[in-house]
Design a protein around this ligand. Structure first.
Ligand code: NDP
Length: 236
């Protein structure tokens, strides 16, 4: 196992935190990035906003200073929702979700690419959602942002696949988070009935897929969409 320099966006809580902890436990050097710059669970942290190019640049530079070298693995996990019905969705809500979830991932990949090309090694993992390929009522902005990550990863794969760089998408389904815990009992039951596994996933189950994709063993996997959804999307 080779210890890598790993930057996880949105790694200060939720799924991103589970990914950061799993990466650290696997022996990697980890820095988490978020707007607040919070450093949970003894992790190194930098402040950065993925919707702002200069902020992404500064956050990567700060992370590289901590590592003493380039970022070798980017987990583009930072994401937001602004749900609403199509008919009533303001431009601002559509744009904000695309700008953070899709363009934010692009900005991080672009910033990391020069160092990865030089190193002839890189792992880009984009955290999408089952909704990206399955669709979701009230989530035109979110779903479009998440399916856009597939095109992003596949184009990067075609552009940089010959330089030892892989780009993949992980598509979680329903995950045990504060959000799902707050759903009424009957809604939780209905969702679970639709999931072949019959339950929600733990954040650690999403993290395990990301850790694998970042590993040396996953060198020949690129442009893939890995669902972690208990069979809900049937592999898309
Ligand atoms: P949370 O809402 O718990 O956390 C979101 C993270 O993103 C926070 O760390 C937040 O930090 C960060 N963030 C948000 N906006 C920005 C920004 N502009 N720049 C930098 N960081 C930002 O999210 P979850 O853990 O629930 O979800 C993580 C990812 O997984 C998201 O991409 C989400 O779409 C996806 N997903 C989640 C599912 C679920 O069930 N929860 C299911 C499927 C996919 P801060 O506010 O400090 O910036």
């Amino acid at each position: 196992m080779t210890a890598r320099n790993v930057l996880v966006t949105g790694g200060n809580r939720g799924i991103g935190l589970a990914i950061a902890v799993a990466m650290r436990d696997a022996g990697h050097h980890v820095v988490v990035m978020s707007r607040s710059g919070e450093a949970p669970e003894d992790l190194e942290a930098v402040a950065g906003d993925v919707s702002d190019t200069a902020s992404v640049d500064a956050a990567f530079s700060a992370a590289e200073a901590k590592f003493g070298g380039p970022v070798e693995v980017v987990v583009a996990n930072a994401g937001i929702t602004k749900d609403g019905l199509l008919m009533r969705m303001p431009d601002a809500d559509f744009d904000a979700v695309i700008d953070t979830n899709l363009a934010g991932s692009f900005r991080c990949a672009r910033r990391a690419s020069a160092g990865m090309i030089k190193k002839r090694f890189g792992r880009l993992v984009f955290v999408s959602s089952v909704v990206g390929l399955y669709g979701g009522p009230g989530q035109t902005n979110y779903s479009a942002s998440k399916s856009g990550l597939v095109g992003l990863a596949r184009s990067i794969t075609r552009e940089l696949g010959g330089r030892g760089i892989t780009a993949n998408v992980v598509a979680p389904g329903f995950i045990e988070t504060d959000m799902t815990a707050e759903l009424p009992e009957d809604r939780q039951k209905a969702y679970k009935a639709a999931i072949p596994a019959g339950r929600f996933a733990t954040p650690a189950e999403v993290a395990a897929a990301v850790v694998f994709l970042a590993s040396d063993d996953a060198a020949y996997i690129s442009g893939a969409v890995i669902p972690v959804d208990g069979g809900l999307g049937m592999g898309h």
